[in-house]
Design a protein around this ligand. Structure first.
Ligand code: ATP
Length: 330
């Protein structure tokens, strides 16, 4: 079944003002998210994943960040909308879930009022109907006693329950797209699995698209349908989850996978990707941005201006260096 796109990100770049000058944190990002899929955005810390999410949601201060390109959602470019219009979309048609549920919740408000908030602004429901809807939403996200939880304050809940509440808030208006930025990083492992299962369930029952941001390839393997691998502000590989795990191509994707504990490398010393993601001021202008971290690969293997190539059906890779890439010990 071919699903329609809910979001089309076209040639999007965002630059931040640092010491009076703008430096790009994401460059030339092209991506679409389909209804009925979980697209995972993966990469090390500092690769630009959150910047992309904040750009889509227009969360940056326009004096400190400049974006260009097009982000098409329901036929309009989100980058061109005024505040009023973007507020009608943010949290309503596009839901958000962040890493730290505590910072997303108001410590002084009861859960029922927080979950009901977007319903107050965006539906005509009276307070009784809203309360019923809050209980329904809490039940849907797996809260065992919705009436009790609705009456409680955030500090009375466990981390896992708080994240369930944040998810209830995100889905209250049945958004077509949910952006979840490291939604399980702050939770312990068993709760992580439950929250990921919940997101998968929501995606299936609500038929929405989900962008799931994570640095954890285990999370990607568990949840994603497609994967966009980001490095130094650029997407370097985009393919189905099966392709990414079975036929990774870009040296960065291959390095990430090698540095991840897996069944077949148990007991082996894990691969360490030398060096670090360049800071915005030190971003290489030419060549593959990952090249400095694989110095044994001759520069002639890299394109001067690396482009995305569709090397197999729906499998895209940046730069031609993937063709002859090998690890030092190979
Ligand atoms: N407001 C800002 N001003 C200046 N630089 C910023 C700002 N926000 C992010 N950056 C820089 O942009 C780059 C990308 O950061 P971003 O937070 O998007 O990465 P990330 O992949 O989401 O990492 P993490 O997983 O740690 O959140 C980093 O170099 C970061 O320091």
């Amino acid at each position: 079944m071919v699903s329609e796109s809910v979001l089309d990100v076209q040639n999007v770049s965002t630059a931040f003002k640092i010491d009076g000058k703008f430096y790009k944190a994401i460059s030339d990002v092209n991506l679409n998210v389909k209804r009925n899929e979980i697209l995972s955005l993966v990469g090390e810390s500092g690769c630009g994943k959150s910047t992309l999410a904040e750009t889509i949601m227009r969360l940056q201060n326009s004096k400190e960040a400049k974006s260009e390109g097009q982000i098409i959602f329901e036929g309009q470019n989100l980058l061109n909308l005024n505040e009023k219009k973007i507020n009608e979309i943010r949290g309503v048609k596009i839901g958000m879930i962040f890493q730290d549920p505590l910072s997303a919740l108001d410590p002084l408000k009861r859960i029922e009022d927080q979950v009901a908030e977007s319903l107050v602004y965006h539906t005509d429901d009276n307070s009784d109907k809203r309360y019923q809807r809050v209980l329904e939403l809490l039940d849907k996200v797996g809260i065992v006693n919705p009436k009790l939880t609705a009456h409680q304050f955030p500090h009375q809940l466990s981390g896992g329950m708080r994240q369930r509440v944040v998810i209830a808030m995100a889905i209250a208006c049945e958004p077509d797209l949910i952006i979840a930025d490291e939604p399980t990083t702050a939770l312990d492992v068993t709760i992580q699995a439950q929250i990921l299962d919940l997101l998968k369930d929501i995606q299936k029952t609500n038929h929405c698209g989900i962008i799931l941001i994570t640095h954890d390839l285990g999370v990607v393997a568990e949840t994603a349908d497609r994967v966009a691998v980001m490095y130094a502000g650029q997407i370097v590989e985009l393919a189905s989850v099966e392709e990414i795990f079975n036929h990774p191509m870009h040296p960065y994707t291959r390095s990430l996978l090698r540095s991840m504990p897996q069944k077949d490398n148990e007991g082996d010393e894990l691969y360490v990707i030398e060096g670090s993601v360049p800071s915005l001021k030190k971003m290489p202008e030419k060549g593959d941005r990952f090249a400095p971290r694989i110095p044994w690969i001759p520069s002639s293997e890299h394109e001067e201006n690396p482009k995305m190539h569709e090397v197999e059906n729906h499998h895209w890779v940046r730069c031609t260096c993937y063709k002859n890439f090998h690890f030092p010990t190979e």
